[in-house]
Design a protein around this ligand. Structure first.
Ligand code: T1G
Length: 703
C-alpha cells in the first residue's frame, strides 16, 4: 500500500480506500497501493474485498500527466490481473465518475456497485487514445459490440442507472453511503455464495456481428473524426474482442494503445485537456477569491445572440429577464428561443416538458425598471459603440449596486463602454460565439478597471453554463477575431494569386478545419465583413485587400443568405457549388490589378492562412492581451473549430517549428511586403532561441 491507498478489515470485509485528490487518478503510487492491498487481502480473514475511493469521485482515469514519460511499475494491467485473479470477490464501490482506467479497474473486479448519482465511462477517445487496460475487450463482452462501439468511440459518461441496465454495473446502491452500502452488498454476495465472476470468461458469438459491421463503422467514424485516428483503432480492438481469445485481444489493444499514446494527435488533445483547465485560471488572481452570487440574470437584446445567451442560463436553472425595446421585439426574441429549443426536441435530445420548464425561466420586459434586482446583465445589442454607451448609462442607473454589467461585444472597446458608467469596476466583456447556446467558447474581456471578483465570478458562471472561458485584455477583436483578420485576408489574396475558392477551402478542410474561410464568410454573410471594413479607419489603402469579397457584395452576392457568394448554393439543400462566373471574375480582377496568377500548393495555402494567425497570436502574447499561448489554442479550438487533433494554432506552430514559421513569414514579407508580413518580435526571439510557445508559457509560470 502507499500513503494514498489504505486498507482495513471492516466486518470481515477488506476495504481498500484510495485517496489521491482531486480525482483519484491512477498515479504510480495508487497502482502500487492497490496492488499491495489486494495481495495483503489474499492472506487475511477477509471474505471479500471492497475497492472504494475518498473525495468526490471513484478513480477518474490514468494520470494523464504521466503520459509521454517512461511508464513506472506496476503497470495498470498487472494490477487488474491481480484483482481478477483474487481468490476472494473484489467489489468496486463507485461514486462520482469512474472513467477511463478507473472504470477499467472496476471492470476487472468481480462485481460493480454504484450510487445512483454515479457515472461510468471510457473517455479516452477525447484524448486521442483508446481504453488501454482491457476496456475494449471487457465492455463488448457485457454490452455487445454495437453498444460498446457507441460508448467507447463517443467517450461520454453513462449514468449508473443506464449502466445497470446495460450490465456494466451489477447493483445500484440506495442512499449515498457508498462504502457502507458496498460492504453490505459484499456480505450479501458472500452469504449467497456468489461466484468469482470474471468478464474475461464471457465470449462473443461472432455470428451476432454483421459481416460488414466493422468496415461500415470505420467509414462512418472517419467522416466525424476530422484527422483523428483513435476511432479507427478502437474499431480494430473491438474486432479483436470478437475474433481473438481474451489475452490475444488484450495484446492487440496494448499494441494499438502504444501507437496512439505516442501520436501527435493524442499529444495535441492532451495539450487541450490541460489548456482548457489552465485558461479558466487568471494568473494574478488568488484561486479562492470570493465570487458574487449569480441567481438572476438579464439579457439586453433578444436577437440571435441574446436569445442564445438567455438559453445558456435557463439551461442551468437560472431565471432570465429578456429586456427588449418593444413587445414586438420581445415576441421575436421569444420565438427565436422556442425555435432553438424545438430543434433540440426534434432531435430527441430534450423532452417537450424540459423545454417548457426552461422557457418558463425566461421572462420578458421592455422596462429597465424590471431589472433592478438582477445580479448580472449581459448586453447583446447591435455592434455600435455609441448605442452601447447609451445603454450602459441606463444600466448604471437601473441596476442594483454590485450587479455585474457585461457586454457581449465582439470587438468594441470595453473600457470606453465602462467609462459610460459610474462603476467601471463592475463592467466586463462576455463575448459569446454564435450560436451562443451551442458554441462552447466564452472570451472574458478584462477592462482596465474591471474588479478581480467580477472576473472570478464571470469565470465561474461561464463554467456553470457549460462554457470554456479564456481571458482577454481589451484590443480590437480581443484574441480570436483579432487573429482571424490575417486568416481571412490571405484566403482572399490567394484567389487573386491563382486559387479557386474550392482550392483554398479544400486545403484548410483537408487540414481539419470544419469549414474553409471562404465558405465560412458565405455562411456569416459577406456583407457583415464588408460593413465592418467600411467602419474601420486603420485598414491599408490596398486595392487587393478583400477585393473579391467587396466585389461580390457590390454585386448583391452576400453569401448563403442570397444564394450565392464565393460559391453558388442549392436553394433546397444549401449545398455549396463552385461557380465558374466567380472564377472568371477572379481572373479578370487579377488582370486588372496586374497580379500574376500561378499554381499554388496546398502547403502554401496553409502557410499563407495560418501563419498570420500565429504571428498575430505572438503579438497578442507580447502585448499581454492573452495570458498564455495555450489560452489562444483554447480560443481557436472552442470558438473557431480548429481541429483538436492539431492542438490549436500555437501548438501547431510548435509542431511545425517556430524557426520554420518565422523563416516562411520572412519569405512572405520579402515577396508581398512588410505591410502584412512583419514578423512578431516574440516569434523572432523564440525562433532564434530554438524555443516553443509551450516553453514560453512554462517560463512565465502561466502553464
Ligand atoms: N489525470 C491527471 N489530472 C487530472 C485527470 C487525470 N485523469 N482528470 C482531471 N485531472 C485534474 C485536472 O487537470 C484539474 O487539475 C483537476 O484534476 C480537476 O479536474 C488506461 C489511458 C474527472 C470529470 O479522461 O473528465 O485512463 O486544473 O477541473 O470539472 O485506459 O476531470 O485543478 O490543477 O476537470 O470536476 C481517462 C479526465 C484518462 C478523465 C472531473 N480519464 N478528467 O471534472 O474537474 S486516460 C479521463 C475529467 C486513461 C486508460 C486510459 C474531469 C472529471 P487543476 P476538472 P471537474
Amino acid at each position: 500500500m502507499s500513503e494514498v491507498v489504505s486498507y482495513e478489515l471492516r466486518e470481515n470485509i477488506g476495504v481498500i480506500s484510495v485517496n489521491n485528490p482531486p480525482v483519484n487518478a491512477l498515479a504510480q503510487v495508487v497502482r502500487e497501493g492497490i496492488l499491495n492491498a489486494v495481495n495483503t487481502a489474499q492472506d487475511d480473514a477477509s471474505e471479500a474485498i471492497v475497492l472504494a475511493c475518498e473525495g468526490r469521485t471513484f478513480i477518474a482515469g490514468a494520470d494523464i500527466t504521466e503520459f509521454g514519460k517512461p511508464p513506472k511499475d506496476p503497470w495498470l494491467p498487472e494490477v487488474l490481473t491481480a484483482i481478477e485473479n483474487s481468490s476472494k470477490p473484489v467489489i468496486a464501490a463507485i461514486h462520482g465518475t469512474a472513467l477511463g482506467g478507473g472504470f477499467e479497474v472496476a471492470l476487472a473486479c468481480h462485481y460493480r456497485c454504484a450510487v445512483a448519482t454515479a457515472k461510468v465511462g471510457l473517455p479516452e477517445v477525447k484524448l486521442g487514445l483508446l481504453p488501454g487496460a482491457g476496456g475494449t475487450q471487457r465492455v463488448p463482452r457485457i454490452t455487445g459490440v454495437k453498444a460498446a462501439l457507441d460508448m467507447i468511440t463517443g467517450g461520454n459518461p453513462v449514468p449508473a442507472g443506464k449502466a445497470n441496465e446495460m450490465g456494466l454495473v451489477d447493483e445500484l446502491l440506495a442512499g449515498d453511503d457508498v462504502v457502507g452500502s458496498a460492504i453490505q452488498y459484499a456480505k450479501n454476495l458472500v452469504e449467497s455464495g456468489a461466484p468469482l465472476k470474471c468478464i474475461r470468461d464471457i465470449s462473443i458469438d461472432p455470428s451476432t456481428v454483421e459481416s460488414d459491421f466493422f468496415d461500415s463503422a470505420r467509414k462512418q467514424l472517419a467522416r466525424r473524426a476530422r484527422g483523428q485516428i483513435a476511432q479507427d483503432r478502437i474499431v480494430s480492438c473491438l474486432e479483436a474482442a470478437v475474433k481473438l481469445p481474451f489475452d490475444e485481444g488484450l495484446e492487440r489493444e496494448r499494441e494499438l494503445f502504444k501507437e496512439l499514446v505516442s501520436s501527435p494527435e493524442s499529444a495535441s488533445m492532451r495539450h487541450i485537456f490541460f489548456a482548457e483547465r489552465q485558461a479558466a485560471k487568471i494568473k494574478d488572481l488568488p484561486r479562492d477569491i470570493a465570487k458574487r452570487p449569480i441567481e438572476k440574470v438579464a439579457i439586453l437584446g433578444g436577437g440571435t445572440m441574446g436569445g442564445g445567451i438567455a438559453m445558456c442560463f435557463a439551461n442551468v436553472g437560472i431565471p432570465v429577464v429578456l429586456l427588449e425595446i418593444s413587445d414586438e421585439a420581445l415576441e421575436r426574441g421569444n420565438s427565436i428561443i422556442r425555435k432553438n429549443y424545438n430543434i433540440t426536441v426534434q432531435k430527441g435530445k430534450m423532452t417537450e416538458d424540459k423545454m417548457e420548464q426552461r422557457i418558463a425561466l425566461i421572462s420578458g420586459t421592455t422596462s429597465y425598471d424590471d431589472i433592478g434586482d438582477v445580479d448580472l446583465v449581459i448586453e447583446a445589442v447591435f455592434e455600435n459603440l455609441d448605442l452601447k454607451k447609451e445603454i450602459f448609462g441606463k444600466l448604471d442607473a437601473a441596476c442594483k449596486p454590485g450587479a455585474i454589467l457585461a457586454t457581449n461585444t465582439s470587438y468594441q472597446d470595453v473600457d470606453a463602454i465602462a467609462a459610460a458608467t459610474s462603476r467601471p469596476e463592475d463592467v466586463v466583456g462576455m463575448h459569446f460565439f454564435s450560436p451562443a447556446n451551442v458554441m462552447k467558447l466564452l472570451e472574458v474581456v478584462r477592462g482596465e478597471k474591471t474588479a478581480d471578483d467580477v472576473l472570478a465570478t464571470v469565470m465561474q458562471v461561464g463554467k456553470k453554463i457549460g462554457k470554456v472561458c479564456a481571458l482577454s485584455r481589451v484590443c480590437y477583436g480581443f484574441i480570436g477575431n483579432r487573429m482571424l483578420g490575417g486568416y481571412g485576408r490571405e484566403a482572399q489574396m490567394l484567389l487573386l494569386d491563382g486559387c479557386t475558392p474550392a482550392q483554398v477551402d479544400g486545403a484548410l478542410e483537408g487540414f481539419g478545419m470544419a469549414m474553409g474561410p471562404l465558405a465560412m464568410s458565405d455562411l456569416a454573410g459577406l456583407d457583415v465583413g464588408y460593413k465592418a471594413r467600411q467602419a474601420r479607419t486603420d485598414l491599408p489603402d490596398d486595392p487587393k485587400l478583400y477585393r473579391m469579397g467587396t466585389l461580390l457584395v457590390e454585386m448583391g452576392r452576400h453569401g448563403q443568405k442570397t444564394g450565392s457568394g464565393f460559391y453558388k448554393y442549392d436553394p433546397e439543400t444549401r449545398k455549396r457549388m463552385s461557380d465558374p462566373e466567380v472564377e472568371a471574375l477572379i481572373k479578370e480582377e487579377a488582370g486588372k490589378l496586374e497580379v500574376e496568377q500561378s499554381e499554388v500548393s496546398n502547403e502554401e495555402i496553409l502557410a499563407r492562412c495560418f501563419y498570420p494567425l500565429i504571428n498575430e497570436g505572438a503579438k497578442i502574447l507580447e502585448e499581454g492581451i492573452a495570458q498564455r499561448a495555450s489560452d489562444i489554442d483554447v480560443v481557436y479550438i472552442y470558438g473557431y473549430a480548429f481541429p483538436v487533433a492539431k492542438g490549436g494554432p500555437m501548438h501547431y506552430a510548435d509542431s511545425v517549428g517556430l524557426k520554420n514559421v518565422y523563416d516562411k513569414i520572412c519569405e512572405f514579407r520579402d515577396r508581398y511586403g512588410e505591410q502584412y508580413w512583419s514578423p512578431a518580435p516574440l516569434l523572432k526571439e523564440l525562433a532564434e532561441a530554438g524555443k516553443t510557445f509551450a516553453e514560453w508559457d512554462r517560463e512565465r509560470g502561466t502553464a
